[in-house]
Every structure is written in structure tokens, then in C-alpha cells.
Design a binder for this molecule. Structure first.
Ligand SMILES: [Zn+2]
Length: 262
């Protein structure tokens, strides 16, 4: 477990959730050499983990309360972000223990600038429910152009990320959540002649987003603790199932990685 408590106050924390990205797609795309910017950073590759939520809202609510994707079979997993509540388990030496209701609120209370870059509709700020996740942050950005229906959403989001990194004072730490929407359905526009979503079209979407991720990786300030994972996977017809929000191994198995940039 990363000793988060030792990083708070000295490190930027950048958390990238690659929406709907399946573990097998992330692994195979990396192995094929189609995500070179991720490959350069993730020298140990992707970990296979299990998400606490089957769709965007519950997964991010759990993440932002400190419940990261867990290793398969792990009992009472260690929690780097350990919010206090009755019956809480998982805090270890090095856990960042806090009384605020969420990670961004806990970090804001410790001087961090907290920014949310959305993403799919749960980050839109539209309607009461669309404001729940962005409302946990000091600032949030979203537009239809950063949503999954725009094939260039990752470029729009990366431009925002570069702005945020550039205009955060050097003496202020940054906590930023970036929900990458390119890999969320529909992904068939990323593959010529594809008519419906598949692992291949999601891989093409990830490969397209990789270049934009690379622009942001190059601009990250030091030191940074970078977390990259999917919020959930997706079914593309396996066992007769489509989409997410369902209990299926392809939905609850997600890629996960952490990198400490010194
Ligand atoms: Zn999602």
C-alpha cells in the first residue's frame, strides 16, 4: 500500500478514471504497443483489480470516499485513504486518516486545490444528481465536448488539465480527478467501419486517448502521486450481456496502476 499519509501536503495527487475501460482491453492494448504513453509510465503494467461499483456513480462515490479498487481475493484490504466511520477497517500505518466525508474535501481542508474534470453525465453538473460528484470539489469542468459523444473529448479534457496544471501556484498542491470519457460507449466511431462497440473499438478509443494522456503526463508537476484506473468495465455481448451497471466479471474487473513521480 502506498503510504498516502507521507505524501499529503508535499505531492500533487492526480487521479485518472478511464471510464468503462475493461482490464483485458487495457492489458492487451498495452501489450500490443498501442498505448505508448501509458507504457512509458506503467513500467509494471496494469494490475488486475475489482471495482466497488458497477457504474460511474457508485464507483466514484466509493473511490472518493477512499475505497479504491481491490486486489482479487484480498481480505479487508488496506486503505491508503481511510475516512473514519463506525466499523471502519483497513487503516494501516501510512494510511491518510480523515474525518471529512470525502477525499477531495479532506484534501481541500489541508490546503489542496481540488478540481474535477468530467467526463460522463454524472460529472455534468446538470440537475441535482449531475452535481453530486463535481460538488465534492472546489472547482469542476464539464461540457458536452468533454463527454463520451465527442470523438475528441480526450483532447478537450487534456487541454483543461494543462490549464489547471499551469495556473496552480507552485507553492499550492493540486488534487485533480480526470474522468476520461473516450472509452465510454459509444466507442465504435474510433474504428473505421465498425458498426457497434466491441473490445476492439474500446481499444481504439484508448489508443486515441493515449496521446492526450501523454500530453498531460509530460506536464505533471513533481512530485506527483498518479493513480490511473477504470471505474468499471463493460460487456460487449459476452454471456448475452451488454453495457455496465450489471454484476458480470467483465464489469467488476478493472485495470489499476499507481506511479510516484519524484
Ligand atoms: Zn463509468
Amino acid at each position: 500500500m502506498t503510504a498516502a499519509a507521507d505524501l499529503i501536503g508535499s505531492h500533487d495527487i492526480i487521479w485518472i478514471t478511464v471510464d468503462s475501460l475493461r482490464y483485458d482491453v487495457a492489458r492487451d492494448t498495452l501489450a500490443a504497443g498501442d498505448t505508448p504513453h501509458l507504457a512509458a509510465l506503467l513500467t509494471d503494467g496494469w494490475q488486475q483489480r475489482h471495482t466497488p461499483g458497477s457504474f460511474t456513480l457508485p464507483a466514484h462515490q466509493a473511490f472518493l470516499a477512499g475505497f479504491l479498487p481491490t486486489r482479487p481475493g484480498e481480505h479487508r484490504p488496506a486503505r491508503p485513504f481511510a475516512g473514519r466511520f463506525d466499523g471502519a477497517v483497513g487503516a494501516r500505518p501510512g494510511s491518510f486518516v480523515f474525518d471529512e466525508p470525502s477525499v477531495p474535501q479532506a484534501l481541500a481542508a489541508r490546503g489542496y486545490r481540488t478540481v474535477c474534470v468530467g467526463g460522463v453525465g454524472f460529472f455534468s453538473g446538470r440537475g441535482a444528481l449531475g452535481g453530486v460528484l463535481p460538488g465534492l470539489f472546489d472547482e469542476s469542468r464539464w461540457s458536452p465536448a468533454s463527454g463520451p459523444k465527442n470523438r475528441d473529448s480526450a483532447r478537450v479534457q487534456a487541454d483543461w488539465m494543462l490549464d489547471i496544471l499551469a495556473d496552480t501556484p507552485a507553492d499550492r498542491r493540486l488534487f485533480c480527478l480526470w474522468n476520461v470519457s473516450a472509452t465510454h460507449t459509444p466507442t465504435h466511431p474510433y474504428l473505421p467501419d465498425a458498426r457497434r462497440d466491441s473490445p476492439a473499438t474500446q481499444a481504439a478509443a484508448l489508443a486515441a486517448a493515449d496521446a492526450e494522456l501523454g500530453r498531460v503526463f509530460a506536464a505533471l508537476r513533481r512530485p506527483t502521486w498518479l493513480i490511473i484506473c477504470a471505474d468499471h468495465g463493460d460487456c460487449f455481448g459476452e454471456d448475452g450481456q451488454w453495457g455496465h451497471g450489471i454484476a458480470h466479471p467483465l464489469v467488476w474487473t478493472v485495470p489499476y496502476a499507481e506511479v510516484l513521480l519524484r
